[in-house]
Ligand binder design. Sequence first.
Ligand SMILES: [Zn+2]
Length: 96
Amino acid sequence: MPLTKQPHDQYVTIMGKRWHLRYCQVIEPDCDRPDLPRKQIRIPMRLQRTPKKLMDYLIHEALHAADWNQAEYWTHHTAQDITNLLWAQGFRLSKE
Ligand SMILES: [Zn+2]
């Protein structure tokens, strides 16, 4: 059992559908559409080193997964607002 919990690949269920969240060598984060089989959310590995930016992108891609037809403007600003709220409340990566 590792002592430090780092951001890691996992399966995630959003609105009853399952994505494989993967950290990989992509330039920008992205999310496969909810009707695809074996869908993925891809997060650039470099974001593992910038926790607040990582939180923002994880929320952003989760919002896309939850509501695929939502406008990019809404998704972008809602993710930023939720990230700022959680960050101000003290949420951080931890060694749990
Ligand atoms: Zn987006």
